[in-house]
Write a protein that binds this ligand. Structure first.
Ligand code: PLP
Length: 455
């Protein structure tokens, strides 16, 4: 039996069509170096997505291997329940608080972006229970948002495919529109009017539900999995003003935008966001080891302290909360990013990516928009541009382009809810590799257009 057969027989794959997988099996990756992956047949791929927007320092980093080896031999595991601690975790928490925007105070560690966003909701509910506001529990999220897959975080997602078949979202979750000008901005509407309309919609939602029932608003600074949606600069200031008026906490989901992908430390720095709570994961360890964190502001923390009198223990935490191997990996990863200037490099490579995507795709009759920020890029395909009309069903073209790109040796991703392919390569990607990523995906689009007779 090949390893592909073993996989088909035994692995239950996430975000995979079970029937198609049973028919076609996996693409099995055996190794990675820099931005290049190799499969079982020795075929190489340029990874234009850094895995799932996360292997920021690139594959095969020897310093990470050494750091994990050292920590494994010194202390591979100990828990942090009941006031127990370990060295790397204390150092990492201190470093995160120093890096984070605004007045942040404490860090709660988890294993994934999903569980961290779950923790956020529990924390927000706990906060309002301590404050004697038992009805203030609803969470507002946005269409096209992506926040994870647990029962709560999947409900927070604004992607219908994440809810279908799972009885989600739970009733305390409400959604508002995304700041996606391509589809949401009305003809003739200025950017200022568009932003005002989104802020008004948020305010009306809070008023309709009752401000005494709305606890928090969760948002990615740039909505990544929902389409690499870059908001207008005035969007977050307008949103924050509404949230403050009604004492609604702001959770910034920085799972993709944290640790340099935008060229800034966090997406919140780009947009002047002052979060009450922040979620980070992925790039914190460049995905070498699973780790996520909830970063808690001073004023939320002060309420948690008060909660000790009311509830005793803060009865939440995972076996792997504050895992020393993950913390050691994070410290080494952050050292590498800082020492090698990778955040600035991400910005420079991002500028090159934007230029190459424009050069390859601008003016193409099937391309509705090319967008991005920092080392994040996207190309959205449309059926026609005047008027702007999406393909129906959504995703057929992007899925075909991704499949063809893979055959040509580039891994991109088809994003759900729109016909969009995304680019989010490792920060160590070279300009030459970016040139090939853009050229080969353009070739893939031409091949698909010819194949599907789209032009
Ligand atoms: N939040 C955002 C913004 C994400 O992009 C993701 C994953 O892509 C998550 C949360 C969930 O993270 P995880 O897959 O680690 O659970």
């Amino acid at each position: 039996m090949t390893i592909e057969d073993v996989d088909k027989n035994f692995v239950f794959h996430p975000f995979t069509n079970a029937r198609e997988h049973a028919d076609h099996g996996p693409l099995t990756i055996v190794k990675g170096q820099g931005s290049t992956l190799t499969d079982t047949r020795g075929k190489e791929y340029l990874d234009a997505m850094a895995g799932l927007w996360c292997v920021n320092i690139g594959y095969g980093n020897a310093e990470m291997a050494e750091s994990l080896r050292e920590q494994t031999l010194k202390l591979p595991y100990y828990h942090t329940f009941a006031s127990m601690g370990n060295e790397p975790v204390a150092q990492l928490a201190q470093r995160l608080i120093a890096m984070a925007p605004g007045e942040m105070s404490k860090v709660f560690f988890g294993n994934s972006g999903s569980d961290a966003n779950d923790t956020q909701v529990k924390l927000v509910w706990y906060y309002n229970n301590v404050l004697g506001r038992p009805q203030k529990k609803k969470i507002i999220s946005r269409s096209r948002g992506y926040h994870g897959v647990t029962i709560m975080s999947a409900g927070l997602c604004g992607l219908p495919g994440m809810h279908a078949g799972f009885d989600l979202p739970l009733p305390m979750i409400k959604h508002v529109r995304a700041p996606h000008s391509l589809w949401e901005q009305k003809p003739g509407e200025t950017e200022a009017q568009f932003v005002q309309g989104l802020a008004d919609e948020l305010e009306q939602t809070i008023l309709r539900e009752g401000p005494h029932t709305v606890a928090a608003f969760i948002a990615e600074p740039i909505q990544c999995a929902g389409g690499v949606i870059v908001p207008p600069a005035s969007y977050f200031p307008a949103i924050q003003e509404v949230l403050r008026r009604y004492e609604v906490l702001l959770i910034a989901d920085e799972v993709v935008t944290g640790f340099g992908r935008t060229g800034e430390e966090f997406g919140s720095n780009v947009y002047g966001i002052q979060p009450d709570l922040m979620t980070v994961a992925k790039g914190i360890t460049s995905a070498y080891v699973p780790l996520s964190a909830v970063i808690v502001s001073d004023h939320v923390w002060n309420v948690v302290l008060e909660g000790s009198e009311k509830f005793g223990l803060f009865s939440h935490g995972y076996t792997y909360t504050a895992h020393p191997l993950a913390a050691a990996a994070a410290l080494t990863n952050l050292d590498i990013i800082e020492r090698d200037g990778l955040r600035h490099q991400a910005k420079a490579r991002g500028d090159h990516l934007a230029e190459r995507l424009r050069a390859e795709f601008a003016g193409h009759p099937l391309v509705g928009e090319i967008r991005g920020y920092g080392l994040l890029g996207a190309v959205e395909f449309v059926k026609s541009k005047d008027p702007m009309t999406a393909f129906d069903p959504t995703g057929k073209v992007s899925t075909a382009v991704v499949k063809r790109s893979r055959e040509l040796g580039v891994i991109t991703r088809a994003l759900p809810a729109s016909d969009t392919i995304s680019f989010s390569p490792p920060f160590v990607v070279t300009d030459g590799e970016i040139d090939r990523m853009a050229a080969l995906t353009r070739q893939a689009l031409d091949d698909v257009a010819a194949d599907l007779k789209l032009l």
